[in-house]
Design a protein around this ligand. Structure first.
Ligand code: G3I
Length: 400
């Protein structure tokens, strides 16, 4: 039975769910009644940021999410850097934010480079590879006993301009993709647990009939067969890595997920080394919870595939104050918990990744200006009900 995470948290953050032992007891304690919330997500009554961050790290070390996961289960997060961070006015989080790195190591046993393995970042010019930032993440992961999810190879977005603006024959374009995949996957051979080989290759159902994305130049120029080629090339370069399809808006049965289901069946029938189907799960509280997610995961697993949750965050429209209401935080917690429960309900979903863990570094506000607060911690790393919902659910699964 899912705990209903009713908070009474007005802008004063009046409710906290504290981890008590292995379980979590909803503890409601009256924080100081504070004036109307500050314009940002830190209420005036909070301790100074550094004190809050230190307290947060202390909590993570003692009983972080990774301390309560079931055996062989990976609770992961995106490792923040590149992408939208480049223009955010702060230094690269993974590289320079000490508190971020400490909590990243204490809370999670899996990491996904948020942008550092994407084409525009890692292969900016022909024959020029920028492996440094992703190497640092993989080294960090190994030093902290964390698995790594490689993200991503065949994608229409964040391609380097030399690829999209070049004048290549089909054969040259195919060789460019093969060289990229085999160089990047080969560089990390034996160090990546799962690769998102093909990312977001079907179009969005709200943009018309669903089809393979024609914005993807490799698919558009070389045809659907390039998908199988990408998986074969990745598998040749690293036979140990598990190779996944990955997309958003595929959580419920129907729509795009049906197209992936048919594609997965065909790829498997053709002997393509496809090992898993991944649900990004970028969710928005204005839409209903994807209530068929568990059944959807089950049908992919019945094909013999693993499944994974790879990019979960739960956004919503913020009040004028910028501080989420208690009801929003409770619904957000319930949503995080529901996705984790769906993953835990199937046999081969052993990797559950959230797309960032504190609101300060989330991609959401930049893409959805009126929305935000999509992660499990506030900007100062204070944990939200969603964090405790994940922790309680993982702890319960470990005891079952
Ligand atoms: O490359 C341009 C650069 O030329 C330009 O000067 C600059 C101006 O702002 O933008 C740069 O593009 C940035 C891009 O990352 C590539 O670095 C965008 O601003 C930036 O918003 C974008 O953000 C990343 C986004 O993927 C790109 O789609 C986010 O950091 C990252 O969290 C997000 O992650 C994706 C997953 O990879 C796939 N699933 C969806 C998820 C959320 O979009």
């Amino acid at each position: 039975m899912r705990t209903q995470w009713f908070g009474t948290r007005a802008p004063s953050r009046a409710v906290a769910h504290c981890a008590v032992g292995m379980g979590v007891l909803p503890v409601v304690f009256a924080a100081a009644v504070l004036p109307a919330a500050a314009a940002d997500t830190r209420s005036p009554g909070n301790p100074p940021v550094q004190a809050q961050e230190d307290q947060s790290y202390g909590q993570a070390k003692k009983n972080g999410l990774r301390t309560v996961v079931p055996d062989d289960f990976y609770i992961g997060t995106a490792a923040a850097g590149g992408g939208h961070h480049l223009n955010a006015g702060y230094p690269d989080p993974f590289t320079y934010d000490k508190t971020y790195r400490k909590i990243l190591s204490a809370e999670f046993n899996s990491v996904s480079p948020e942008n550092q393995m994407k084409w525009d970042f890692i292969h900016p010019e022909p024959g020029v590879y920028n492996f440094g930032p992703a190497d640092a993440i993989v080294d960090f992961a190994e030093a902290n006993g964390q698995a790594v999810r490689g993200h991503t190879l065949l994608w229409h977005s964040q391609l380097a301009p030399w690829v999209t603006q070049g004048d290549y024959t089909d054969a040259e374009l195919r060789q460019i993709l093969k060289d990229h995949i085999q160089t990047v996957v080969g560089h990390y051979k034996g160090r990546i647990q799962q690769w998102d080989v093909a990312n977001e290759i079907f179009s969005d159902p709200w943009n018309g009939p669903i089809a393979l994305r024609q914005e993807n130049p490799f698919i558009q120029r070389l045809g659907p067969g390039i998908i199988a080629d990408a998986f074969h090339w990745a598998h040749e370069a690293d036979p140990e890595a598990k190779l996944f399809l990955n997309d958003y808006a595929v959580e419920d049965m129907g729509g795009k997920s049906d197209y992936y289901y048919e594609l997965a069946k065909q790829l498997l029938a053709d002997g393509v080394p496809l090992h898993g189907f991944a649900f990004q799960a970028h969710l928005d509280l204005q839409y209903p919870f994807p209530s068929t997610l568990d059944d959807n995961m089950k049908r992919f697993e019945e094909l013999g595939l693993e499944t994974a949750i790879t990019e979960l965050d739960v956004r919503f429209t913020l009040p004028e104050s910028g501080v989420p209401t208690a009801e929003q935080l409770a619904e957000q917690a319930d949503t995080y918990q529901g996705v984790l429960e769906a993953c835990l309900s199937v046999e081969d979903c052993n990797s559950f990744t959230i797309w960032g863990f504190n609101d300060k570094y989330s991609w959401v506000p930049g893409f959805f200006p009126s929305q935000g607060a999509a992660t499990v911690m506030f900007e100062d790393y204070e944990r939200k009900p969603a964090y405790y919902a994940l922790r309680e659910t993982l702890a319960q699964a470990s005891q079952d």
